[in-house]
Design a protein around this ligand. Structure first.
Ligand code: 13P
Ligand code: NA
Ligand code: ZN
Length: 318
């Protein structure tokens, strides 16, 4: 069943856990995520990025995704637009029945340079004015999260950490339900060249923002852990991924303990999906049956998502 982000995250706030937001770009991935949620009895956020899907028609894909979610009657799902870049991205998602949208106005959509604070406030507020009367939640972003994903470019050096005083002003002026805070994470499969002793997150900053904004749901982006075994499998079977370190599970859990309520994960699913595909095709060079190939990727994705649900404390909460 469909729920707003605000409803799902208020329960997480009460329970002191976080809900995973998993990126999907086709129906098979969505089934994998929903099956994991059902098996773990976990609430879940299914998120899609505008323009990132293999289908010709975005509206068709979004409608099918929504129907699929509704068919999982017993699973509590938020259908969320990840990294909407324009007012129109958010308006289309709302029209297609998304229960939550992110407006990421942290970068100018034309120049891709970090946007001015006032421009971010203005665009974000206009999306809230559209969404709230329609019963849709809104996530905004303050600061700049580095890395590359879904047309959101930028490199790690581009990271501009969220400023707690500005965060309070931003929420007051925009009315967002949830806030993506740049606290040291970065998007994509190439994150950090060392594991920095597993201390990449600015927990102090999360605490400070939470203190100023007790009723805003804080969101961690770029939270994938980059499982070394998935990278190794990909590279063993023909891939060429560089050595890279993500966010340690213990760091994410400390972030959740400090007030993070939504944890965005795309890359870990993608790496696990790709590793399973490469390994399967290498092991079965005469396999040509699509159902076998797709089935193996779905199972791998379901398992990593289920593991994340247990780590974030959302398993058993639905
Ligand atoms: P990862 O690339 O670390 O999975 O981050 C995903 C994300 O933040 C989606 O918005
Ligand atoms: Na961003
Ligand atoms: Zn993100």
């Amino acid at each position: 069943s469909l729920h707003t982000l605000a409803a799902t995250l208020s329960r997480a706030e009460e329970g002191g856990y976080a809900v995973g937001a998993f990126n999907v770009s086709d129906l098979n991935q969505a089934v994998a995520v929903l099956d994991a949620a059902r098996a773990e009895r976990s609430p879940v956020i299914v998120q899609a990025i505008a323009g990132f899907h293999p289908y010709a028609d975005e509206g068709w894909w979004w409608d099918r995704l929504r129907e699929l979610i509704i068919s999982y009657h017993e699973v509590e799902v938020t259908l969320h637009l990840d990294h909407g870049r324009t007012f129109d991205d958010c308006a289309r998602a709302i029209e297609h029945g998304f229960t939550s949208v992110m407006i990421d106005a942290s970068r100018d959509v034309v120049t891709d340079e970090p946007a001015s604070y006032e421009a971010n406030v203005e665009l974000t507020r206009s999306v809230v004015e559209l969404a709230h009367p329609r019963g849709v939640s809104v996530e905004g972003e303050l600061g700049t999260i580095g890395g590359a994903e879904g047309g959101v470019s930028g490199v790690v050096e581009d990271i501009v950490l969220a400023d707690p005083a500005l965060a309070a002003d931003f929420v007051e002026r925009t009315g967002v339900d949830a806030l993506a805070v740049a606290v040291g994470t970065s998007h994509g499969s190439v994150k950090f060249t060392t594991d920095e002793g597993g201390q990449t997150l600015r927990i102090d900053l999360i605490r400070e923002i939470k203190e100023r904004l007790p009723s805003t749901f804080l969101v961690l982006h770029g939270s994938s852990s980059i499982p070394p075994e998935a990278v190794a499998t990909i590279n063993r079977f023909g891939g060429i991924l560089p050595e890279s370190y993500g966010i340690a599970t213990t760091q994410k859990q400390e972030g959740i303990g400090s007030g993070i309520r939504k944890v965005n994960q795309g890359t870990d699913s993608h790496l696990t999906w790709t590793a399973a595909l490469r390994e399967f095709l290498a092991a079965r060079p005469s396999e040509v049956e699509p159902s076998a190939v797709i089935g193996v990727t779905m199972a791998a994705m379901r398992d990593i998502v289920a593991q994340r649900m247990r780590e974030f404390g959302s398993a058993g909460r639905a």
